[in-house]
Write a protein that binds this ligand. Structure first.
Ligand SMILES: [Zn+2]
Length: 389
């Protein structure tokens, strides 16, 4: 084992041993939730390594830690990796196990492995003369309410470029869909079921809407395609109404999930729903719209992206821009106009799974690639703009 290898594996071992399950998951055993333990560890780690670090509380007991190297007034690149994990009932979740070239443990791939890659890169860069302010954000609550990234960007920090370190198998992800949830309620007239003609059945009205939504969802699949993401999609995931068979129900709620392409807005998503229901006679209201995350679509023409692409090509890796179906913290910096990509070691397929694991080689390679990216050029603000000024 090389010194770097040994260092990365011991750091990952320490982080996995500190439970940081997202408290949004009610099955998590008592005493395992929250980012407090990992946050305190990182502040000590930074202190021991002579690295700048600062704690920001996104909510009481929900810290983010920002770490930095390089000149303060230089253009800044932020690598964000989250401290919280998703609870699964994997065996010995907090003990890192090494087997067949993989590290196994809760959070190994999502997202403590990518966090270790960023920290190893930061530690090496802190000893070099670099032209970039290299920031690492250990964020909180990525797996539930995204409290951390929402708290930090743009209120606390506004970096020039952002890499969200999530497992992409070292592919550059420049695009993902947005996600929204819309709730619709139908209303009727409640009467005893023996008096059917006097009532108005809210479930029958909802059924009409569900059929129209299904037809629209099918039509979306034949709609405009994004080269990396395909089409918009829509799914009716919840229908709730009525309380007993002998009552004509007066209310029914439908909840649908809309996965949107870049360019869609809360208004255009609402317009899709309104259009889907246009021919329906049912009495309905849109009662709630939750636009959780906007889509990501970063231009590969941004020099930061092009630079990482050439570094991947040099390393013999796939440098093509990729799209993924899931949303990440990236929506937040992208929303405020910061060029953002998702890039990190490990396979998302093992995240949230019973055997969470990350390839040791990829983890080490990710740290190397980040160091190479930062040291590859004399960085200017214009390296983070789609079109040079
Ligand atoms: Zn993650």
């Amino acid at each position: 084992m090389t010194v770097e290898e040994e260092y990365a594996s011991s750091l990952l071992r320490e982080l996995v041993a500190l439970p940081s399950v997202n408290p949004g998951f009610s099955q998590a055993p008592a005493g395992t939730t929250g980012e407090e333990r990992v946050g305190s560890f990182l502040l000590r780690w930074a202190h021991d390594n002579g690295i700048f670090a600062r704690r920001y509380d996104a909510a009481p007991g929900r810290p983010c830690v920002l770490l930095a190297a390089g000149p303060e007034n230089a253009p800044s690149l932020l690598v964000s990796a989250h401290m919280d994990t998703v609870w699964t009932s994997m065996a010995a979740p907090f003990t890192l196990r090494e087997e067949g070239g993989f590290f196994h443990g809760l959070g190994a791939v999502d997202d403590k492995g990518p966090l270790v890659a960023a920290l190893c890169a930061l530690r090496r860069l802190s000893r070099k003369d670099i032209s970039l302010r290299f920031l690492v954000l250990a964020s909180c609550d990525e797996e539930f309410g995204l409290l951390g990234i929402r708290h930090m960007i743009p209120r606390q920090i506004r970096p020039d470029g952002v890499i969200i370190a999530e497992p992409t198998n070292l592919n550059i992800v420049t695009a993902h869909k947005g996600s929204s949830c819309v709730a619709i309620r139908t209303t009727g007239q409640r009467v005893h079921s023996s008096l059917v003609p006097a009532g108005a059945n809210a479930i029958y009205q909802a059924a009409e809407l569900v059929c129209a939504l299904k037809a629209y969802a099918m039509a979306l699949l034949r709609g405009p395609r994004h080269p990396l993401l395909g089409t918009n999609t829509m799914n009716v995931g919840v229908i709730q109404g009525g309380d007993q068979p002998n009552v004509v129900p007066d209310a029914c709620t439908i909840m649908l999930d809309f996965r949107s392409l870049p360019g869609e807005t809360p208004a255009s998503i609402r317009a899709h729903v309104v259009k889907a229901l246009a021919g329906c006679a049912a009495n309905y209201t849109i009662i709630e719209e939750l636009h959780d995350a906007a889509a990501l679509d970063t231009s590969p023409a941004v020099p930061m992206v092009a630079c990482l692409q050439s570094i991947l090509t040099e390393a013999g890796l796939d440098a093509a821009p990729h799209g993924v179906p899931y949303a990440t913290e990236s929506f937040r910096p992208a929303q405020v106009g910061i060029p953002t990509i998702v890039f990190g070691p490990g396979d998302i397929a093992t995240a949230h799974a019973l055997d969470e694991k990350i390839g040791k080689d990829q983890l080490l390679q990710a740290a190397d690639l980040l160091v190479r990216l930062v040291t590859s050029r004399h960085w200017q603000k214009s390296d983070f703009a789609a079109t040079p000024p």
